[in-house]
Design a protein around this ligand. Structure first.
Ligand SMILES: Cc1cc2nc3c(=O)[nH]c(=O)nc-3n(C[C@H](O)[C@H](O)[C@H](O)COP(=O)(O)OP(=O)(O)OC[C@H]3O[C@@H](n4cnc5c(N)ncnc54)[C@H](O)[C@@H]3O)c2cc1C
Ligand code: SF4
Length: 408
């Protein structure tokens, strides 16, 4: 059985940065990863060759033909086999309300993880995001079915780590725009932000001095440029964005960050990577407190019957918010008897195995300054939120004058 200081399960951005930092500190590091792709420029180019001629295209297109796919299906919209969640109505499997399609978490099982496909948007949580219970439900009475808790850390405590993460990824952003929403104590982003796009400019000019009324207070609506892990100048050996590809899923030039950057650095510092290794169990030994990590190697002749085990002083589960709880539950770790708990039970215990996975609102991605409340948009009939079709219809109406892309 081979032995390590730290075994990291999963090679996405979380696992890759941990591996790089630990290897830099002289630790003997092993990364176990279910995927089996390469992380060099030849692999990137091969994915690009798959992507370019395909129609239609999706965030998953370059990766669907990977050799190991059948061993680790991807939970994309159309994949109904991955989850053990039978459709309520088999005769109507595409009905969002009753079928497997209700679960649409996108992630990549690749060496480098989901950053092979991500958009690169890097907004921070707002200070209030971490205090939802005490700010919005100070008397502790939640709406039916709600599961709300404050985080055990504050925005102020997170701030230095945000700054470090932005350095690691190489984030471009307009600090003066974001300072008021997500304070940064005047620290600039590592790179200046992207310039406003053509459609941004049109939107800004058509919105004019638009404001919304919230609890009697008139608040201006502003369009921000999204902070992004996309180079606006050469950064740490990678080129500036050339602005002429699609970015999602694949940046051919490496101007957009992905975790292969930290994986390559980690390997150069001595970290070992084992691919095609699907971890099925972690267990702490009673005698010396060290951890045994068991995985199935799907390249082996009999992957179902055989497994391999490695030993580490520490284990980091970085397999993402879906797969990490799954490994913990399979290992009977976390929560009483390995069962998930509710959010208010879990967070104070520091045990997040049962925390409900939530999508982040389109509000933040739109980059529109919105409090975490629905409010009335001028011209609409009632209270709506910014991610709703009504809001989109409103924007559409407000830019309904025909727009020509170029002056003629
Ligand atoms: C299309 C798309 C767009 C996105 N856009 C954005 C964006 O703009 N901004 C943003 O902040 N986020 C975005 N995200 C989300 C973001 O990419 C992820 O949240 C982030 O990359 C997750 O990193 P991670 O390291 O936690 O997990 P992952 O990147 O999912 O990595 C987990 C790794 O663990 C491996 N693994 C899983 N189970 C096992 C196992 N049992 N054994 C061994 N290995 C295992 C997987 O193969 C994977 O490589 C996007 C995601 C997608 C798919
Ligand atoms: S170089 Fe192209 S693909 Fe890469 S970030 Fe820029 S526009 Fe996107």
């Amino acid at each position: 059985m081979s032995e390590y200081d730290v075994i990291i399960v999963g090679s996405g951005v979380a696992g890759a940065i941990c591996a790089d930092r630990l290897a830099a500190a002289g630790k003997k590091v092993l990364i176990l990863e279910a995927g089996s792709n390469g992380i060099g420029s030849a692999q990137r180019e091969q994915y690009r060759r798959v992507w370019d001629p395909k129609t239609p295209k999706s965030w998953n297109t370059p990766y669907l033909d990977d050799v190991g796919r059948k061993f680790y299906p991807s939970p994309s919209t159309n994949d109904t086999k991955y989850f053990d969640q039978p459709a309520v109505d088999p005769a109507n499997p595409n009905d969002d309300a009753t079928s497997l399609r209700t679960f649409k978490a996108y992630y990549q099982r690749l060496l480098g993880g989901s950053t092979w496909a991500w958009r690169g948007n890097t907004p921070r949580m707002m200070p209030n995001d971490l205090r939802l219970a005490s700010i919005y439900f100070p008397d502790g009475s939640y709406p039916d079915g709600a599961d709300v808790a404050d985080w055990p850390v504050s925005y102020e405590e997170l701030m230095p780590w945000y700054l470090r993460a932005e350095e690691e990824l190489g984030v471009a952003g307009n600090a003066e725009e974001w300072e008021q929403l997500t304070p940064r104590d005047g620290v600039p982003y590592p790179m200046p932000g992207q310039p406003k796009s053509y459609s941004d400019k049109i939107l800004v000019s058509r919105m004019g001095e638009l404001s919304v009324d919230l609890d009697g207070e008139s608040l201006p609506v502003r369009v921000f440029t999204m902070a992004q892990a996309r180079n606006t100048r050469p950064y740490q050996g990678r080129p500036a964005c050339e602005g002429n590809h699609n970015c999602i899923p694949l940046c051919p030039t490496h101007a957009k960050y992905d975790a292969t950057i930290h994986l390559r650095q980690a390997v150069l510092k001595g970290a070992e990577i084992r691919t095609a290794a699907v971890v099925v169990r972690v267990a702490q030994r009673g005698d010396d407190g060290r951890w045994e990590v068991t995985y199935k190697n799907w390249r082996s002749e009999r992957p179902k019957e055989s497994s391999e085990t490695v030993l580490g002083d520490r284990v980091i589960l970085a397999a993402n918010p879906i797969e990490t709880p799954k490994i913990l539950l399979m290992s009977r770790l976390g929560g009483p008897h390995g069962q998930p708990q509710s959010v208010p039970q879990s967070i104070p215990d520091g045990d997040t195995i049962g925390v409900h996975v939530q999508g982040s609102g389109s509000v933040r991605f739109l980059g529109i300054d919105s409090p975490e409340k629905a409010f009335e948009v001028p011209g609409s009939g009632g209270q709506i939120d910014l991610g709703s079709p009504q809001w989109e219809a409103y924007l559409h109406r407000s830019v309904s004058t025909p727009v020509r892309p170029f002056r003629t």
